[in-house]
Ligand binder design. Structure first.
Ligand SMILES: Cc1cc2nc3c(=O)[nH]c(=O)nc-3n(C[C@H](O)[C@H](O)[C@H](O)COP(=O)(O)O)c2cc1C
Length: 313
């Protein structure tokens, strides 16, 4: 008799994901960059790069630099702006059978609210991920994400407008206790939390003395941040998300199926993959297959049996 199929489905607020693997914001464009390599319908969800009300050029290059166990980036929220996103990018995703989560950034709370209101009314947007945690812009970004009161105000204002799509708040690791910003987002009525965004970092050329990035500082991502992210997912799950049954999307350094299992055990319901796409653009689909194998090896019939399951004895 064939083995019972393994159930990979998870629910992130109102979004039903066929498996727990999503792309991370900013690491596959608006989806089209990865669609060259595989059918996006194989993913649990597609998360777009940050969209702002008006188009942004971002920072001048160099804005990406490789470091020993990851990458530093200071893209500066380069994007086509809301209007072009709705005209060109979103319709191109409609041919895939995959929930689309649009990541949103802004310089003022009003800007966030306007973009979110418009996206909530747009066909084909399953979720809105609030980027309150970008370390690479002077105005907006992280300043909304490091103070619990600021997270609460912004999430609250956006929640009033987002009545159809899932509202996901993406948290910054650049804080003393991530449980506090997580609680603020949860209290404001977020449907899910995602964590972590990049950790603020810097690299200096030892011979020229120049910072490696034009912006001087950037966000660290990739394998180097994984243990930090796993810890923070666990912390948020224990203090906020677990007791309220609020789904967490875990990310930071995920590259191998074992990493996915680790994040789920820490308390994530789903995961997102960023930097690893630059190593191998097929990483996400490889992880879906690898996760199925890992569950078979663990003797589990459903991926949901893993969520939060850390042995503490
Ligand atoms: C090149 C690059 C661009 C990114 N752009 C965004 C972005 O536009 N919005 C956002 O919320 N996060 C952005 N991120 C952060 C990622 O979504 C993710 O939170 C972080 O990189 C950690 O995951 P990883 O280690 O798998 O890359 C970006 C990361 C990288 C490396």
């Amino acid at each position: 008799m064939p083995d019972k199929p393994i159930d990979l489905g998870v629910q992130v607020g109102p979004i039903a994901m066929k498996n727990p693997v999503a792309t991370a914001s900013g690491c596959g464009g608006y989806g089209e960059e990865l669609a060259e390599f595989y059918d996006l319908s194989r993913l649990g969800a597609v998360v777009t790069k940050s969209i702002t009300l008006r188009p942004r050029e971002g920072h001048p290059p160099p804005r990406l630099v490789e470091v020993r166990a990851g990458m530093l980036n200071a893209i500066g929220l380069a994007n086509v702006g809301l209007e072009r996103f709705l005209e060109e990018k979103l319709p191109a995703l409609a041919r895939f059978d995959v929930p689309v989560i649009v990541n949103v950034a802004g310089s003022t709370p009003d800007e966030y609210v306007e973009v979110c209101r418009t996206l909530d009314a747009a066909e084909g947007v399953a979720g809105i991920e609030l980027n309150v945690s970008c370390p690479n812009v002077d105005r907006g970004g992280m300043e909304f994400g490091t103070e619990p009161a600021a997270v609460a105000r912004l999430a609250d204002a956006v929640r009033q407008e987002v009545t159809r799509a899932a509202l996901i708040v993406k948290l910054s690791p650049n804080v003393t206790d991530i449980a506090e910003t997580a609680r603020a987002a949860a209290d404001a009525g977020a449907d899910a939390l995602s964590l972590v965004n990049t950790l603020r970092g810097m690299a200096i050329d030892p011979w020229t003395g120049r910072p490696a990035l034009t912006n001087r500082t950037g966000g660290l991502s990739g394998p180097a941040v994984k243990p930090v992210a796993v810890y923070m997912v666990r912390r948020v799950w224990e203090k906020v998300a677990g007791p309220r049954q609020l789904p967490v999307i875990g990310l930071g350094g995920i590259q191998f199926p074992e990493d996915v299992v680790e994040f789920l055990r820490a308390g994530a319901t789903a995961v997102a993959v960023g930097t690893a796409n630059f190593v191998d653009p097929e990483t996400c689909v490889t992880l879906v297959d690898g996760l199925r194998d890992a569950l078979a090896r663990l003797g589990l019939a459903s991926v949901r049996d893993l969520i939060g399951r850390m042995e503490t004895e």
